[in-house]
Design a protein. Structure first.
Length: 310
């Protein structure tokens, strides 16, 4: 197995210095500091051409779900661009509906946490949940773009601090966030580091009609990830995962299982989110199996119908 060569750990003092990048902060609103929109000038966000030879456009919601994508203040653009990742917000839920990040396993760095959270000044404060949702309860600010994923290259520290925006988190039960969700994130990132892969990771919540309401927010029962990468032979591959926190939300104990039990088809993500991953479905073995199974089932129904009619 190839061992990834990680770069030197950056000191906490460097993160403190970099804090000035984020905190051209505007006055706090209800205890929530707000990042100045000008701070993000020059951020290019998710790079669709990151994986060499395999362009993957930023997926967006389609159909009826498209109207739920939140435009940035004074624009029609729905993409919040950060360092090495992008976020599309849900207008109805005030949470991210989709995050997309580029992970460079060969240049990945390990940095300390810059653990101060900000609202993003490019959208209205009332359009994003802040600290009020996470006070005095067991809900964690669950990163959608995993903090370490975009932390690579010369701009690693900027990416690290960018991940601490409320636009990049969803409410997750503590045990779910710190064990189950973190376990899947470690599984993905460590594979990228060890094999020095360039991968793109898309993440978001499943928004359901029966989601629990808490402090005015509706808490997602589950989350999904879609990972795109090139296999050793250079062919494209895409894999989807689903993890539920429904049991944790009812304070039932979760039994940890292997990650294959979490793997789902990309088609299932599309069907349940309205986000267009059609360009990746052909590279997903699970989706292809489902399509073949559906095709076989249709053929059987036609044969049975013919038997009845003939």
């Amino acid at each position: 197995m190839i061992t990834a060569q990680l770069n030197t750990v950056v000191r906490y003092e460097d993160l403190e210095r970099l804090g000035t990048i984020i905190s051209g902060a505007q006055p706090e609103l209800e205890g929530n500091p707000v990042s100045n929109p000008g701070v993000f000038n020059g951020r290019e966000g998710y790079d669709p051409d990151f994986i060499e030879g395999w362009p993957i456009a930023l997926p967006k919601a389609v159909g009826v779900k498209a109207v739920d994508m939140l435009p940035l203040r004074g624009t029609q653009d729905v993409e919040l661009k950060y360092m090495h990742f992008s976020v599309i917000m849900s207008k109805s839920r005030k949470l991210p509906m989709l995050t997309a990040t580029n992970v460079n396993g060969g240049e990945s760095k390990k940095l300390g946490r810059y653990d101060k959270w900000y609202l993003d000044g490019r959208i209205e404060a009332h359009q994003q949940w802040g600290n009020e949702l996470y006070l005095n309860n067991r809900l964690d600010r669950g990163h959608m773009v995993r903090r370490e994923d975009p932390v690579w290259g010369a701009d690693a520290a900027t990416a690290n601090s960018d991940t601490f925006h409320y636009t990049n988190c969803c409410p997750q039960m503590d045990v779910f966030n710190q064990q189950t969700w973190l376990g899947l994130e470690n599984y993905i990132l460590q594979n990228a580091r060890v094999n020095k892969l360039s991968i793109s990771v898309f993440t978001g919540p499943f928004f359901g009609h029966n989601d629990m309401t808490y402090n005015g927010a509706r808490i997602p029962n589950g989350y999904w990830k879609v990972v795109a990468f090139l296999k050793e032979d250079g062919t494209p591959s895409a894999t989807a995962y689903k993890i539920s926190q429904e049991k944790e939300l009812t304070e039932l104990e979760f039994a940890y299982g292997p990650y294959r039990t979490f793997q789902i088809s990309i088609r299932e993500v599309v069907d349940n989110t309205g986000i267009d991953f059609s360009s990746l479905e052909r590279y997903d073995g699970f989706t292809q199996q489902e399509l073949e199974s559906a095709s076989d089932g249709l053929k059987r129904e036609i044969r049975d119908l013919n038997d009845i009619l003939l």
